[in-house]
Design a protein around this ligand. Structure first.
Ligand SMILES: NC(=O)c1ccc[n+]([C@@H]2O[C@H](COP(=O)([O-])OP(=O)(O)OC[C@H]3O[C@@H](n4cnc5c(N)ncnc54)[C@H](OP(=O)(O)O)[C@@H]3O)[C@@H](O)[C@H]2O)c1
Length: 333
């Protein structure tokens, strides 16, 4: 690191890369210095909106750029394994988009490589860094809901001609589970922990990937969770956490920054809208600041989004896929 600003490079200049780049501008100790795209025109358009010193026509060129401290991987899930290993091979710190990989075998290899090389690697599960998520954790620690009994969570939107092609393409890790269902699994396990039993059923799109999936978690302590994701209907993207004393609702859209949390207590019945302070911006700046802090401290693993968190998430996604019958080409290699 150069001691002042952390110098970021972006690998892949698609939709999320643009959102991330706009929030990077909000972080005072971060500088976007490089971007790489396989496509010249995409790169030119990206650089017009987000000027940076180094423009690379290949990912290989970006990872070889000595001026770059950390690389944000913004390619489809199917390519996270390959692109993370490419960065780590060049000793570049990595913030890799979710889903971290296609399966837990790939994820373990990525984590093992980062550990062997002593290079920073974190999954970009941005929700974990948002103020309303932190507030939720605080409330749960205060046991405001009593004994936790259930989580009910939905995430659905209707895809259209404008949606990224990757969403339904099996070779790019398409399907709802890895794209949006992952947030359902994340929020549920953040609240209830690792489930003891999992059931799952899906309906397939014409490409074979899940266009809808229903997942059930059951816990030995009596808690349950119901997780549903869809690419064929718009759903309220809400998470409801129920306990013996009340309910917390993370209102739509629960995975994005929110300025409120809704708390309903049962006896006496009262509903409270708890304000949460949030900055302007899309919300990616929180994870960016966290990565900067980790790098400034010389850490190779985030203490917030740990490697164990990522591996657990990937293992749960594997189990859900196995139960629902979702397979990807990468599972065979
Ligand atoms: N955290 C969030 O809020 C959030 C939101 C949306 C998406 N995501 C995640 O970010 C990742 C990218 O999603 P996106 O919506 O940005 O996708 P996208 O718009 O399709 O962009 C993906 C980019 O990856 C690059 N790429 C490299 N190999 C590719 C291939 N074989 N096929 C297609 N693209 C390829 C391309 O960039 P170049 O042509 O420039 O090389 C492409 O523009 C996914 O893993 C997704 O889950 C996260």
């Amino acid at each position: 690191m150069n001691g002042t600003k952390i110098r970021w490079g972006i690998l892949g200049c698609g939709r999320i890369a643009r959102k991330f780049a706009s929030d990077l501008l909000l972080v005072t100790d971060a500088e976007l210095i490089a971007a790489a795209s396989r496509n010249k025109e995409t790169l030119t358009l990206f650089a017009k909106d987000f000027p940076c010193k180094h423009l690379h026509n290949s990912y290989e060129e970006l990872v070889a750029n000595e001026a770059v401290d950390v690389i944000y991987i913004a390619t489809p899930h199917s390519h996270h394994h390959e692109h993370t290993l490419l960065c780590l091979d060049h000793n570049k710190a990595v913030l890799c988009e979710k889903a971290f990989a296609i399966n837990s075998r790939q994820a373990r290899e990525m984590v093992d490589t980062a550990r062997q090389k002593k290079v920073f690697l974190m999954e970009a599960l941005w929700t974990k860094f948002l103020p309303h998520y932190k507030k939720l954790q605080e409330l749960l620690q205060q046991e405001v809901l009593g004994e936790l009994k259930s989580v009910l969570v939905n995430f659905g939107f209707k895809t259209s001609g404008n949606s990224p092609q990757r969403l339904l393409d099996p070779s790019l890790g398409g399907g709802t589970l890895l794209d949006i269902g992952i947030y359902n699994v994340f929020i549920t396990t953040s609240v209830l922990g690792k489930p003891d039993y999992i059931e799952a059923m899906m309906t397939a799109a014409s490409t074979g990937v899940d266009e809808q999936i229903a997942v059930l978690f059951k816990y030995n302590n009596g808690a349950m969770a119901q997780l549903f994701s869809s690419f064929v209907t718009n759903l309220p993207i809400e998470a409801e956490i129920n306990g013996t004393e009340g309910c917390i609702t993370l209102t739509s859209r629960f995975y994005e920054p929110s300025s409120t949390i809704q708390l309903s207590k049962q006896i006496p019945y009262e509903r409270e809208i708890i304000p949460v302070e949030r900055e302007s911006g899309l919300g990616y700046q929180y994870e960016i600041r966290h990565v900067n802090q980790c790098l400034n401290k010389g850490l190779t693993e985030s203490p917030v989004m740990t490697h164990a968190d990522t591996l657990l998430l990937m293992e749960l996604l594997d189990t859900i896929r196995m139960k629902a019958g979702i397979k990807y080409p990468a599972d065979l290699s």
